[in-house]
Design a protein around this ligand. Sequence first.
Ligand code: K7E
Ligand code: CUA
Length: 668
Amino acid sequence: MTEESDYPDEREQKPESEIDQQSVAKSIVEHEDEIRTALEEMDAEPPEDKEVGLQLPKLDLGRRQFMAAGSLGLAGATTGCLDRLDGDNGQTRRGVAEADVPPGEHDDYYAFLSGGHSGEVRVYGIPSMRQLMRIPVFNTEAARGYGYDEETREMLEDSGGYTWGDTHHPRLSQTDNDYDGRFAYINDKANGRMARIDLEYFETDAIVDIPNTQGVHGACAQLPDTELIFGVGEFRVPIPNDGRDLDDPDEYGSVCTAIDPETMNVEWQVEVDGNLDNGDGSKDGRWFFSTGYNDEGGVNEAEMTRDDRQHTKAFDIPAIWDAIEDGEYEMINGVRVLDGTQDSPLNQGDRPIVRYVPTPKNPHGVSVTPDNKYAISSGKLDPTTTIIDIEALGEVDDPADAIVGQPNLGIGPLHTAYDGRGHAYTTLFVDSQVVKWDIEAAVEAYPEDGDGDSPAVIEKIDVHYNPGHLIASESYTADPEGDWLLSLNKLSQDRFLPVGPVHPENDQLIYIGDDEEGMQLVKDTPAYPEPHDASIVSADKLNPTQVYDREDQPDKEYISSDDNEIIRDGDEVHIKMHNQRNHFGFEDITVQEGDTVTITTTNVESTPDILHSLAIPNYDINLKIAPQETREVTFEATEPGVHWFYCAYFCSALHLEMRSRLLVEPAD
Ligand code: K7E
Ligand code: CUA
């Protein structure tokens, strides 16, 4: 499965004119001969060998068919539905030979990937890896009018007025430990925020600026029914961070924040010792786990890597609510803050609000197994992951006694995903590999795990290069599908055509649906900087709307073609106009320099995919208006002159003619 980089060789191509047509024909014949030989060899293998390899229901594809399909690149044509297998809900799933979804066909899954410091979320189809959409969240994006109309401008302004964010962990709402298709939540590490994306419209609909915390990093929903959203502070800062204790790191702190998923209000925060990094929740709603790599409380690299052991913190959610009921909190910047440090009185009784599980070394990722038995925390600077028994954690006196496994996996373990068949998949950042291992085998081997690789290790596959997160289909639910694995690699180096010093990242798709064949690297996908985590959800669990319903926007005035109107009140001008193929409600709009102009405009079309925009030159405005949608913008008419406002979405043959004049008369 190792893929050596062969990029330099591939570049030595001859110009077309020099290619000897005869030698092309010869090499095609040779290639076909090779395939035939390979297929004959496979046919000679005993049939029981094939049976072993095909454990999944309806994956009826023989190795011969797979070889033929893969080699000839005719997956859809030659294997057809032979390659499909059924998901848990009876949906048909593509197998490895159909990873290239043919033109016009749809993917089986949506993948939601964070966009890192681009501030957005991306949507891929799996297994095609086609990028279906980008959802602006903390950034502005003119192609979707995001940050260019009143509503989205206000949302960005009210949450701090920043123009960028750093998204890492997109987590989808669940009901009964399964995706319910309602919302995605995403953190902003840069500016300490959490945002919500409405999955009916694939649009960001709320952002909360979280007080008392910096570097909001790990994020997840309280399961099974998304009662809270958690975000954790990676950077320790004074609380409140108002200039006090500037250079007194002992006074810095880090909090875990709980947010109401409907109102997006901050419910409470718990301060801990050390920092917090990544997080995941138990399936029963009792625990939220977070790693932390700086229990030393250091402020430089040497201090932050001093100790060999930090902690995975387990927040006991019901115990925290009990403490709040008892009034055991302090109001800081309008938020109930509880003391969850190790010496806190709230951690002394028989129901501590935070349990500190010792974990080597500078642990990074933590994730809960689908069966809710274990939380698995990766060592990052230690070759092990630490397996915490979730049930035991609530019973033992010393949290260290809840550790039931610590397999040696390789160098730089970061994140772990699950296939629902008892296997874990962990990224090894330094080794540049994904390791597949058997969770129960690691528990059985503990504590005699030895020095080399744990006996629980099943297989390793090279990835290209240096993986951060990885995610399997529906891995964060109680019932993963177990067919696809996405490895989000930090470096692509030589995997793609060079595009200057900023290289794309490399998102790699790996097939994991065949335990006998093992992990199969299926494709590379260049990614704009830079995805961290992802969530993969079965396509049938989302039901995005194709056209707005008028009722969807109760607080907006729908402007039909009969409602076109210009209302003047002193120097305030309100323009109400519809838009449709191929015109706006007014051919000319005249205002005075200095007027405050509000435009409310409705796309009155009801045909899917016929979007218009309202682009106004010289005014930095571009509204996106989807069918039956109404958008509004307010601006000062500061620029006298003729401004052709036009539609930027290519909507029809007369799209270019879809433009009108904004005439701004100069003030005397
Ligand atoms: Cu490992 Cu922000 Cu989840 Cu990046 S984090 S990789
Ligand atoms: Cu409307 Cu182009």
